[in-house]
Design a protein around this ligand. Structure first.
Ligand SMILES: Nc1ncnc2c1ncn2[C@@H]1O[C@H](COP(=O)(O)OP(=O)(O)OP(=O)(O)O)[C@@H](O)[C@H]1O
Length: 260
């Protein structure tokens, strides 16, 4: 096989939204938070979502991860069609496949880093010993395995966010949904957390990142811009990203990598 043939092989699509519409409220309070949104995110790909306040960014993340359901359209996660599942089915799929990282460093204060990371696996029925092993591996991947036995209050904000990224992608989970994960951090720490997220996605995950800050969006492979629930612009479309994905992983396609 020639290198050119290898290079044209795109990574599989992990998350796909087709014609997704989500309306909140009714009557005078009716808001179309998402209108006929189409989006695909491949393994190895980090997609930034930007847009003004109220444009639908959080709603997009919530429907993508099955925390919220659209009125119409379809959402596929790997081989599963989220929008065909009932509440219990969505919750199970979410636990197995999706991790969240929020702005407010939402680790459980009474649990150590390792316990925070192993908890979702134990909730999913994985035996404690294996869950702990997976947690240590996940912490090692984000460079904080030495913090395994510390409680959140004994860690810096940036360290807590690394633990949150480890928790989001522990075990077989492959989709990370990050809503302003750098919002509570200074810019230097925020960059360090973005580097970890980028590396983790490159190592075999897909990510959707809501951010207001173009410096953090620069770590993504592409950016989609939402306005009034509609994707109005994107730095490059899926076809373009297919060509880029051919280079192997996502590395080397983002401005933030230069100083790595
Ligand atoms: N549970 C809800 N009930 C009613 N309206 C809602 C609800 N959630 C969101 N909305 C409305 O849907 C629209 C999109 O909200 P969303 O939170 O997705 O926007 P956003 O881009 O994430 O905003 P921000 O940047 O301020 O977090 C807004 O007009 C918001 O007021």
């Amino acid at each position: 096989m020639s290198p050119a043939t290898e290079a044209s092989e795109p990574s599989p699509v992990l998350l796909e939204l087709v014609g997704v519409t989500r309306v909140h409220g009714d009557g005078e309070r009716r808001v179309v938070a998402l209108r006929e949104v189409d989006l695909r995110v491949r393994l190895g790909e980090l997609v930034a979502v930007m847009g003004p306040s109220g444009s639908g960014k959080s709603t997009l993340l919530n429907v993508a991860g099955g925390l919220d359901t659209p009125q119409s359209g379809a959402i596929r996660l790997g081989r599963d069609v989220l929008t065909d599942l009932d509440v219990a089915g969505r919750a199970a799929l979410r636990r197995r496949k999706v991790g969240y990282v929020f702005q407010d460093l939402n680790l459980i204060p009474a649990l150590t880093a390792a316990e925070n990371v192993s908890l979702p696996r134990e909730l999913d029925g994985v035996p404690s010993r294996q869950a702990r092993k997976e947690a240590r591996a996940a912490l090692a991947e984000v460079g904080v395995v030495e913090l395994a036995d510390r409680f959140p209050e004994e860690m810096s904000g940036g360290q807590q966010q690394r633990v949150a990224i480890a928790r989001a992608l522990v075990g077989p989970r492959r989709l990370v949904l990050a809503d302003e994960p750098t919002g509570a951090l200074d810019s230097h720490t925020g960059e360090a957390v973005m580097r970890v997220l980028r590396q983790r996605v490159d190592a075999g995950a897909a990510g959707l990142l809501v951010t207001h800050d173009p410096r953090f969006a620069a770590w993504a492979d592409r950016t989609v811009y939402l306005r009034d629930g509609v994707i109005v612009d994107a730095t490059s479309d899926d076809d373009a990203s297919e060509l880029l994905v051919g280079a192997g992983t996502g590395r080397g396609r983002h401005a933030g990598d230069a100083g790595d």
